[in-house]
Design a protein around this ligand. Sequence first.
Ligand SMILES: [Zn+2]
Length: 232
Amino acid sequence: MGADLNLLHPYVKYLCLKHIAACAAKGLKIMVTDTYRSIAEQAKVYAQGRTTPGPIISNAEPGWSMHNYHLAYDIAIVNPDGKTINWSDICDTDHDGIKDYYEAGAIGESIGLVWGGHFKNITDKPHYQWTNGLSIEELRAGRLPTNPLDQKATVVPAPATPVVKPEPTPAIKTKVVTSSSGLFVREKADKNSRSIFLMNCGSKVEILGTSGIWDKIKFGTIIGWACNTYLK
Ligand SMILES: [Zn+2]
């Protein structure tokens, strides 16, 4: 668990930063408390209040939360002291007569996020998600929404490529991420292993080795495994 925005789908990260800025513009300071959860982390969250102590905080079994697909994040309202969190869902820290969690919810919805405050089964006011209309079943089947920002980019005609002399073949083998929804770097050559980073489409990686459909890659300081179906 953690509030690493880089573990969000690139478009959800984009919406999240927009959400934080739009709230700040209305005098509301929000902080992200949770982004991606692995299946194991979701199991721990689901167990709380059921088989482990504490209140029930999630109704999603492992694999059934948008957090498991990098498509959801949770926020908390920060008090005017800038340090402590206000968990009261009726707090109004900016004294504008609108309850902060609802105010943040309306702002989130206005920029295209789905707010958990309007969930039908159990309201989840700190929760925001974006799936581009994909259902949890479709996500479980391995689909991920494409990034609307990438789609926009592909409409722009590419400038004519100038003729360049071929450079001497580098000793280091590199590939480029081709998946428009980004590509996960995982700890092991296994789709169920923990993802440690989400690379954007077009990211250039160094290839350190290959094992079947998995390439061991180096991206900046990050070393891990990525599915080579999406590397070219
Ligand atoms: Zn959530």
